[in-house]
Design a protein around this ligand. Structure first.
Ligand SMILES: Cc1ncc(COP(=O)(O)O)c(C=O)c1O
Length: 441
């Protein structure tokens, strides 16, 4: 299997029927850019209800790290569900939750002196981290970054500033959240260039925010994605996070690293922050951790996660079946998949950079491992080409490749980490074809 297979017009007849029911019964807040109604998945491939086969470069928004229905993940889910499906870690102990917490403490940068809290999603991981940071520091202010995405429940939404539509209409969010510019060098708000900028964006926090808005002593935490995913796979420059770490240390501020999208091997390291050799006080994890079973977690230094019983809990968090899937996922990542993400990702990035040399509307190509973004712009002005980007996603879909958008005009590549080089090439050929047709080159 190395090519998509489209056997009906798109959308096909069964797809159309399901979408019309979806429109009737599901929330209108969901964002679907093209009509894909997926029935089954295997590895990097998915089939829609009409039997069309697509190459999946989305992994269900970065979740299916081991590919669709990896046999070993399926086996561990089956085995665990025959034994214990639910008990609730809030009021009871069970072995598999402890086993997974120990494993997470082993793999996160910083080693074994971290404790873990399990929940069910990325936004819950961020909510919990936010509560913990406030509880521990007793400081009210939080810093987050422009362009960040940390989730959609009211606490995490207060930190999110990816698209204003995500905040529109929800009234007052959490007070005391201050957003500052991120290390987005392609569109530096200070109009400077790395490295001669001397990290003006970090200096801004100290000089402008701490100097003029709020004393550093009232800031409890800084929440940051190592690579901003939803805003367009934005990769800060080398040493960016060590500078941020130094700033946090200077004022005893907790550094909270949101690895929900970039973690679990996606970037060719278990956690993306390892590329910057920096450690967090709290890590937020979800998406790729359990190959599609709903699981989230935040891990904090043991000295920080010392709140009293009753301070925080979750009925479903750390569900035994999700924990079983996570243990198998981590084993597969360690055995081979992180390395594969690094090698195949590197090759893809190089091929996309070659494409950039040929197409002037590709403003920037960036990423690490299998988390890659291609920013489509008007070459003279860097104006984002949103409509064209959406056209490329649609065209790629018609040709059998599933891609995601991000930011205003970025095409985002988040394939499963089992991706073979040949599959990567197939996807890139389709992507190139889609670009040519949309830009009529
Ligand atoms: C970095 C980051 N944090 C948090 C979230 C929220 O995760 P969830 O959708 O599982 O609530 C996301 C989701 O895209 C994310 O990318």
């Amino acid at each position: 299997m190395n090519q998509p297979k489209i056997i009906t017009k798109l959308p096909g007849p069964k797809t159309e029927k399901i979408i019309s029911k979806d429109n009737k019964y599901l929330s209108s807040s969901l964002t679907r850019l093209y009509p894909a109604v997926i029935e089954k998945g295997e590895g990097c491939w998915v089939w829609d209800v009409d039997g069309n086969r697509f190459l999946d470069f989305t992994s269900g928004i970065g979740v299916g790290s081991t590919g669709h229905c990896h046999p070993l993940v399926v086996e561990s889910i089956k085995k665990q569900s025959e034994c214990l499906i639910h008990m609730s870690g809030t009021d009871f102990y069970y072995p598999i939750q402890v086993k997974l917490a120990e494993k997470i403490a082993e793999i996160i940068p910083g080693g074994m002196n971290y404790k873990v809290f399990f929940c069910n999603s990325g936004t819950e991981a961020v909510e919990g981290a936010l509560k913990l940071a406030r509880h521990f520091t007793k400081r009210n202010y939080v810093l987050a970054f422009l362009g960040s995405f940390h989730g959609r429940t009211l606490g995490s939404l207060s930190l999110t500033s990816s698209k204003s539509i995500q905040r529109q209409g929800f009234g007052s969010l959490l007070p005391n959240v201050i957003h500052v510019p991120y290390g987005y060098c392609y569109r530096c708000v200070f109009n400077l260039e790395y490295p001669s900028c001397n990290f003006a964006c970090i200096e801004y926090i100290e000089k402008e925010v701490f100097g003029k808005l709020v004393p550093a002593e009232e800031v409890g935490s800084i929440f940051v994605e190592p690579i901003q995913g939803e805003s367009g796979v934005i990769v800060p420059p080398p040493n960016y996070f060590s500078k941020l770490r130094e700033l946090c240390d200077r004022y005893q501020i907790l550094l909270v690293i949101d690895e929900v999208q970039s973690g679990m091997g996606r970037t060719g390291k278990m956690f993306a922050i390892e590329h910057w050799k920096t450690m967090a006080d709290i890590y937020c994890i979800a998406k790729g951790i359990a190959s599609g079973m709903p699981l989230g977690a935040f891990a904090a230094k043991s000295s920080v996660m010392n709140w009293q019983p009753g301070a925080h809990a979750s009925t479903f968090g750390g569900n035994p079946v999700a924990c079983a899937a996570a243990l198998t996922t981590i084993r597969l990542l360690e055995q081979k998949l992180i390395e594969n993400a690094e090698t195949v990702g590197k090759q893809m990035l190089e091929n996309l950079k070659d494409l950039q040399k040929r197409f002037d509307f590709i403003g920037d190509v960036r990423g690490k491992g299998l988390m890659i973004g291609v920013e489509l712009v008007e070459s003279s002005s860097k104006k984002p080409l949103t409509e064209k980007r959406n056209g490329v996603l649609r065209k790629a879909f018609e040709k059998g490749l599933l891609l995601l958008g991000a930011g205003a005009s970025v095409v985002r590549f988040l394939p499963p980490l089992i991706l073979l080089e040949q599959e990567a090439n197939t996807g890139l050929e389709i992507f190139e074809q889609a670009l040519k047709e949309v830009f009529r080159k």
